[in-house]
Design a protein around this ligand. Sequence first.
Ligand SMILES: C[SH](C)CC(=O)O
Length: 267
Amino acid sequence: GGENEIGKLVDYRIIGIDPGSGLMKATSQAIQDYGLNNWTLVEGSGTAMTAALDRAYKNQEPIIVTGWTPHWMFIKYDLKYLDDPKQSFGGSEEIHTIVRQGLKTDAPSAYRFLDRFHWQPSDMEEVMNSISDGVTPEDAAAAWVKKHSDLVAEWTDGIPKANGQTLKLAYVAWDSEIASTNVVREVLATKLGYKPEMLQVEIGPMWVGIAGGDADAMVAAWLPTTSKDYYDKYKDRVVDLGSNLEGTKLGLVVPSYMNVDSIEQLR
Ligand SMILES: C[SH](C)CC(=O)O
């Protein structure tokens, strides 16, 4: 379309995250679906996006970011999702646990725990919020595990301990997966006797790592839509242990002080 009031305020830019993510693919789809011809989707990272949001929000300036739930930003700032009447961002999804073929034989205790690992968005947000308040991911995970000993017991009761076997956990540096992967690491290390390592990679290498056996597990598969391309490509070479969290959401997010409510209004 031609001139757009909101577009002018944000220089026709949507501040995105890492280019391979499903969220960026969905945003490109929305730009097409809603005819946002003169708009630019800025590639970066989850960290760069939250830094830009923080700067704009502190100065009460307009900004549009690619966002998702669960995320600490909805606690820290007064934000809103733009309505998505064309459903370019899909509906509410879930996050799956994906492990390498052979893990059940090689590390049966880790496999059994990973198969049981399941928590609520509020649990993930508790860890995320603590990290966003400046607690290290390791300490935030340790505090959460200590506080939620009943749920952790459900994950680990009756599972024999390993004797210091190394395990490689792959993840992408999304704030949600920094939180979840640190909790998984903490349980593997303190309850099940493993020596877990965390490998921070981009989304493609994360799936390749599990499929190729270079990594043992990840809790970062947003499905059925967000990670669909990677799932379809690697599903025959990985083991999907199902959902570890339900009730996610993806979309365009703005501070509540902006006078815009729908993606329709950006054209
Ligand atoms: C950004 S969501 C945590 C995951 C994804 O977009 O692939």
